[in-house]
Design a protein around this ligand. Sequence first.
Ligand code: G1P
Length: 289
Amino acid sequence: MSRRVRKAVFPVAGLGTRFLPATKSMPKEMLTVVDKPLIQYALEEAKAAGIEQFIFVTGRGKSAMEDHFDHAFELEATLRARGKDELMEGARNSIPPAGQLFYTRQQQPLGLGHAVWCARHLVGDEPFAVLLPDDLVDAKTPCLRQMVDAYEGRGGNLVAVMDVPREHTKRYGVLAVGADDGRIAEVRGLVEKPDPADAPSTLSIIGRYILQPEIFTILDAGEKGAGGEIQLTDAMAKLIGRQPFHGLRFEGTRFDCGDKLGFLTANVALALARKDVGPGLREALGRLL
Ligand code: G1P
């Protein structure tokens, strides 16, 4: 029996330089897709997968996220006084129950592996999920829910994967694949951001992971990899052969919201799908195009 995944780590310390000047004094995770910040999409996805403890690895200048997931008494009182109960409920629903949100800081930008390692004492000795809020996945069954379902009965480590154009392998952690039934692929090897010519496949990791706590022992060594950073992919590679390791081709559409074009596309796609703004946006786009 695989142990239940109760905790999720959200590495949110990144500077967001690709979105300057927007992110000069605002965390990039607070950028909105239609009307919800990226971090809220990620947190709601985790909640829908049964996660009970939400661990944010933050950094300097990220306090807007802490405020976002807290009560805003003035706002709530004003909305109530104006009879705007629906809006008030919307603002309230984004708040996780008291005591289920944890914050720690990554004090230096040493890489994703290091960010996850910073959460080691909060995770403890149990499996956990990692969600990178830059990766927004629009799916009927939320991506992490699909992963938790695939993980039960299999155990070990699981990453969400998708095929990318070969010329893009330099942006991802890429799998060397063993047995593959078209949905779940056995992971034989992992390489961080390989050149297209060296990539073992085009099956690439998007920012969703279920990991076993043994990863922390490996990360303890603080070994640097691609780009001189402590890479999560390198630490995961060391678990292969020691624990089950699979890639799940999730169902849904992933938007790379860490990139301007991906972020804009996510806004258009999610807005078009909405009843309130979809029809109007369709018309406006028609005029613009
Ligand atoms: C990180 C990981 C990479 C993964 C990617 C998914 O890279 O290091 O393995 O494929 O997220 O978005 P980053 O985008 O932070 O450079």
